[in-house]
Design a protein around this ligand. Sequence first.
Ligand SMILES: Cc1cc2nc3c(=O)[nH]c(=O)nc-3n(C[C@H](O)[C@H](O)[C@H](O)COP(=O)(O)OP(=O)(O)OC[C@H]3O[C@@H](n4cnc5c(N)ncnc54)[C@H](O)[C@@H]3O)c2cc1C
Length: 481
Amino acid sequence: MRDVIIIGAGAVGCTIARELAFTRLDVLVLEKECDVAAGTTGRNSAVVHAGFNNRPGSLMARLCVEGSRGMEALCRELDVPYRKTGKVLVAFDEEDVEILRRLKAQGEANGARGLRLIGKEELERMVPGVGGIGGFYSPETAILDPFKYCIAMAENAAENGAEFRFEEEVTGIRREDGGFTVTTGKGEYRCRVLINSAGLYADKVSAMAGVDDYHIYPCRGEYFILDEVADELLQMPVYPALKPGIGGLGVHLTPTVHRNIIVGPSAEYIDEADDYACTPPVMDKLWQEAQALLPALKRRYIIGNYSGIRAKLAPENEGGYRDFVIKEEEACPGLINLVGIESPGLTASRPIARMVREMVGKRLPLEEKENAVRTHRFPPVFAKLAREEQDRLIREDPEYGEIVCRCRRVTKAEIRQAIENPLGARSLSAVKYRAWATTGRCNGGYCLNRIVDMLVREYGMRPEDVTLRGPGSEMFSGEVK
Ligand SMILES: Cc1cc2nc3c(=O)[nH]c(=O)nc-3n(C[C@H](O)[C@H](O)[C@H](O)COP(=O)(O)OP(=O)(O)OC[C@H]3O[C@@H](n4cnc5c(N)ncnc54)[C@H](O)[C@@H]3O)c2cc1C
């Protein structure tokens, strides 16, 4: 009998696991995919929102502002790449100016700091080349690496005793003897408190426990990934004025902590919660809208694409948003549901986790562990080190002297450390998001085979067992002559 089972290892589930792992509770996380951040957490804009997009008085608004304020220190604690860039929203006409004025008032009511309207000249100075007659500036907005955020949360939770089990899709839940029995494809687990943090499938997981009150409407957002052109073109995220009822924040341009620019997302309600397609008509429209914001964008900068899916509680005909649902279900004591955790769920993940921790505390004793480890460190990123430091590492470990990913200058030592990660994730994506290899312009053309070779020769995997993202994404079917 575990104290707590958390279903879902996205940013929210992992952050809850970390908060609870600081106590003496016995925590198990069940995740259907082969690694953390495999759902929406690994498919978003990676912006730490300042808190002006959400309705005053909503959970979204309160938790976003709280999350934004604590994020810089949290990322420092966990060694997660974070940069406070600020953000600009652009007005193209007087109607937009009015929208931005209202947004500023809303942000101030929520407690977002330093918001101000700016004129055309200041706009041009902040984001050269962006059209528009004026804008709105939020100095507190930031960007981070959502993969490393989630990995660091999980690794730190694991270091403090939380257990993570991957490829364990929860398929059934029974309530019995003051607790729950949770069934996965691999076995049964029992717990006193059950936390449903299953993102796009939270409605289905809740229904398994007998609470069939929710329906999630998947709403897809498609993105382009541009090359490392952010330093030249864009110092901070640029958004259009937020139009009510479009179901997203509009197509925006966002620099990443890795100096790429991402363009998107679109907003399109779809039928299946796992349909991550990028479709030509939507992508064409996306590009047109992006160029309207920043005419200097060139198609030749595009190096990839992806999509993410919003877990919306509001159907298409309702547009806009409904608030997060975070509560212990009266009809099912011990079940804590997190449903409709769409944007700004990444920003708000720690305040969400702390709210859940309090709920757990009403059922189970929350005794702090005396020896809990609160900081986390990733292995060094070789390409970012000073020359002397690089030389020292190469002397200590010659595998630092061998470049495996040429685009991102990732060394063999870093690939090895990524493969040997504490959570035991061994897919190519697990290596990609930890070492950031295969993410450059050649899309893994040079390094992918070398990484597979390491998995096969040095870690004894059969080529047929190497996957991109777990079972069903095998890359090799057998030997050729
Ligand atoms: C297009 C887009 C842009 C966004 N941009 C931002 C942004 O810039 N800033 C921001 O703050 N937020 C943003 N968000 C929102 C943010 O990404 C989410 O709120 C956040 O990632 C939600 O985390 P989660 O852990 O709740 O869900 P997820 O990351 O989806 O995690 C849920 C996990 O549960 C697992 N799971 C599901 N069913 C089962 C089951 N039956 N058994 C076991 N495991 C299961 C899934 O595999 C998944 O790993 C954006 C979202 C989208 C879609």
